[in-house]
Design a binder for this molecule. Structure first.
Ligand SMILES: Cc1cc2nc3c(=O)[nH]c(=O)nc-3n(C[C@H](O)[C@H](O)[C@H](O)COP(=O)(O)O)c2cc1C
Length: 220
């Protein structure tokens, strides 16, 4: 795939085959991701890749926590309240997903069940949990976005599907507990990855993008 085709081919995949990605190929894409630029080249990310039964255990624990009704306690508070054009775009992506899955707007139980699939990484055989080490803040967190996209493009170029997931950062204590991690580094996001299940209805969802001139102002 040439680069532009890879860019267009990457999209969020929310239904996976159980087939695992070859460990050497996993190492290859994470090595490629390390080409991402960062402030002063500090590379302020540390990633934990969790696979197979360990990922299912983690998913079950997070799902149980969510179903218990106890509040999520992400390392980075989720304060985003989308209004105006941002709200319209948010609704557009939700409509695309729930529409593809045949879930009606007023089907609250269906929407809740669809959301819970997040916590099991949509059944993917692998997930990357990306942490921002202390003492970094917002400026360095931006570096993680570039790292995540570089990783997902390297995957897309090799036929590996992915989905960035803020939802996988909702219960960082469970992730730390199950992976035996010390407190400190902040869990920013997870990325589910593996091979796409082309039959899964969620994977028929497609998002659009705003017009270029709404997103970029070109100054002479
Ligand atoms: C940082 C980040 C967090 C995201 N979190 C979630 C998530 O928790 N659950 C989910 O289903 N999609 C999540 N997404 C995927 C977005 O919904 C998706 O990228 C967007 O709708 C555009 O669609 P596309 O990726 O198919 O182009 C996230 C994307 C990013 C970049």
């Amino acid at each position: 795939m040439d680069f532009d085709t890879t860019l267009a081919a990457r999209r969020s995949v929310r239904g996976y085959l159980t087939r695992e990605v070859d460990p050497a190929l996993i190492r290859e894409v994470f090595a490629l991701a390390s080409h991402a630029p960062s402030n002063c080249n500090v590379q302020p990310w540390h990633t934990h890749v969790v696979s197979g039964a360990s990922l299912r255990r983690l998913g079950q624990a997070m799902t149980a926590r969510a179903q218990s009704g106890s509040a999520a306690a992400p390392d980075i508070e989720m304060t985003g309240r989308y209004t105006g054009v941002w709200r319209e775009r948010q609704i557009g992506s939700a409509k695309a997903l729930y529409g593809a899955m045949g879930i009606e707007r007023d089907d609250l139980a269906g929407r809740a069940a669809a959301f819970l699939r997040n916590l099991d990484a949509f059944g993917a055989p692998h997930a990357a949990f990306i942490f921002l080490p202390e003492p970094f803040g917002l400026r360095e967190a931006a570096d993680l976005g570039g790292y995540a996209q570089t990783l997902m493009l390297a995957m897309a170029n090799r036929g590996i599907a992915s989905c960035a997931q803020g939802a996988l950062s909702l219960y960082p204590e469970i992730v730390r507990e199950q992976l035996g991690l010390q407190p400190g580094p902040k869990l920013i996001m997870g990325i589910a990855f593996g091979y796409e299940d082309p039959e899964h209805p969620a994977n028929a969802a497609r998002t659009d993008r705003a017009a270029l001139d709404d997103l970029v102002t070109f100054h002479a």
